[in-house]
Write a protein that binds this ligand. Structure first.
Ligand code: 5GP
Ligand code: 5GP
Ligand code: 5GP
Length: 216
């Protein structure tokens, strides 16, 4: 067993809708963050239906994901950005948090861990899949359409999670998939708490900054 590795059954691959992370009134996001992508929140090892707790070291290091021809940084910036303005335009604190909390349990190196999560997100290309099905950010509300579309496309049952925007509107927040412990295959699994409120909106991305106050 590799140093720091803990036994786990599979991963939760958790993708967030940036708009719904940013519009709760609880965090302040960059005002120009990317909107047209479900981005990674994390890839979390699960054992017996629960998250496992990891050693939490070593820290994330850029040189681990940048070495040689295998430079992952571009894909990490694209698929695993942090929208939290508190982090002063670096994704590093978010990557460090997620790696320490969830990556240090795995048998993967830092570059393997990030690469596997990102490959899965790229494969899903969720925003495009939903967009093509007419499921797009806006005023419309949804019940089972989002889940059904994903199930039909991938033959996988996702977990839909919701949260509330600053006005209390229930909205699509995260979509979770299960991935086997090698980090390469999706699988169906059971999930802990999912959204049990309907209908939900798939909001456009609004930020708290003045740049977003104008309506267009
Ligand atoms: P949520 O974003 O769903 O409101 O909050 C989930 C919280 O639980 C996050 O802070 C997340 O980091 C933490 N967490 C850590 N490990 C796990 C896990 O394996 N499963 C779940 N469901 N949550 C986890
Ligand atoms: P978790 O929810 O996994 O326990 O913790 C995620 C941590 O990363 C939190 O401290 C959160 O504030 C920070 N963070 C920074 N940027 C982001 C982001 O874009 N999305 C999410 N979900 N968390 C972020
Ligand atoms: P530091 O470890 O001093 O924060 O950053 C090391 C290098 O990585 C610096 O050149 C910094 O500009 C760069 N860097 C910091 N955060 C990010 C990020 O989120 N993405 C990318 N691609 N580079 C970053």
């Amino acid at each position: 067993i590799v140093d720091g590795e803990v036994d786990y059954d599979y991963f939760y691959l958790v993708l967030q809708w940036p708009g719904s992370y940013c519009n709760t009134g609880k965090v302040t996001c960059y005002d120009d963050a990317w909107e047209y992508r479900f981005t990674l929140h994390g890839m979390w090892p699960q054992k017996d239906g629960q998250g496992v707790s990891c050693p939490g070291s070593p820290d994330f290091h850029f040189n681990e994901v940048q070495s040689g021809s295998n430079n992952l940084l571009g894909r990490m910036d694209r698929w695993w950005p942090s929208f939290n303005a508190a982090h002063k335009r670096s994704n590093k604190p978010f990557w460090n948090t997620e790696w320490k909390k969830h990556g240090t349990c795995t048998s993967f190196t830092q570059s393997e861990y990030f690469e596997k999560a990102i490959s899965r997100a790229e494969y899903l290309n969720l925003y495009l899949i939903l967009f093509k099905a007419g499921i797009r950010p806006g005023m419309q509300t949804y019940t089972s359409e989002i889940k059904n579309e994903i199930e039909m496309t991938f033959n996988l049952k996702p977990r839909i999670q919701c949260n509330e925007d600053q006005y209390g509107t229930v909205q699509l927040y995260e979509i979770t998939f299960c991935v086997d412990k090698t980090g390469t295959q999706f699988l169906n699994c059971t999930y802990s708490a999912a959204c049990n409120r309907e209908p939900i909106v798939f909001p456009r991305t609004y930020y708290q900054s003045t740049a977003q106050q104008c309506s267009y």
